[in-house]
Design a protein. Structure first.
Length: 115
């Protein structure tokens, strides 16, 4: 999921470019705390009652049957600057600096970015 934050307003996009902010309002609200404007690449991760992620729970998350985390792993743009040609570890460092501390947001720090 791509998160676009501009002047504190958040738009969430699916991989195919569909706006899905209305389906994940709690995640969008959590991302309102990002410092500055940004475009972040990440994944929605549904967490079951056992504390483990289960992909099949993602469909149930819309019915509030699963806890969702937004795991951010790449910062593509920051304050209109295109960072995509910067080293991945530098982008992750910058991402860590702008993310709000929120229970619905996690930072994926592995060099591969979860891909």
């Amino acid at each position: 999921m791509i998160a676009e934050i501009r002047r504190g307003k958040v738009a969430l996009y699916s991989r195919n470019g569909k706006i899905i902010s209305h389906s994940y309002i709690e995640v969008a609200k959590a991302l309102e705390g990002v410092k500055g404007d940004a475009v972040i690449d990440g994944e929605l991760v549904p967490i079951g009652k056992d504390g483990v992620s289960h992909f099949q729970l993602l469909q149930n998350a819309l019915r509030h049957e699963a806890k969702l985390l937004y795991c951010a792993f790449d910062l593509m743009f920051e304050n209109a600057a295109d960072l995509r040609k910067q080293p991945l570890l530098e982008r992750k460092k910058r991402l860590k600096a702008i993310l709000p501390r929120d229970k619905l947001i996690c930072l994926q720090l592995s060099p591969q970015g979860g891909r």
